[in-house]
Design a binder for this molecule. Structure first.
Ligand code: SF4
Ligand code: SF4
Length: 93
């Protein structure tokens, strides 16, 4: 299942999508430690499975929170995307 977290404002769409099927196969949950802004937490979903989610406090400010990882020119690989062994994390911007 795809879980989308984020928002749209006048400057664009800012969503992080987590493919939670991948999280079911993941034991290390490296996204949590890889993110310098503590964007991710592991939660129990409606089926009692442990999956990654974007923490509530950052869901309306992702453009700002992720800005250090995403310079306007020549952005490096994102720590969260690089750390995920299941390729489960994607960003809309
Ligand atoms: S590292 Fe990837 S697969 Fe593992 S919990 Fe985080 S988002 Fe899910
Ligand atoms: S882009 Fe950076 S700040 Fe944003 S979720 Fe990924 S690792 Fe965290």
């Amino acid at each position: 299942m795809k879980a989308n977290y984020g928002y749209t404002d006048g400057s664009g769409d800012y969503y992080i999508t987590i493919e939670t099927e991948g999280c079911l196969k993941c034991t290390e949950h490296d996204c949590v430690d890889a993110c310098p802004q503590d964007v991710f937490a592991i939660i129990e979903d409606d089926y009692d499975d442990l999956v990654a989610a974007v923490v509530e406090e950052h869901r309306r400010s992702l453009a700002y929170v992720c800005s250090e990882c995403k310079p306007a020119s020549d952005p490096p690989p994102l720590p969260c995307v690089e750390a995920c062994p299941q390729n489960a994390i994607s960003h809309s911007w």
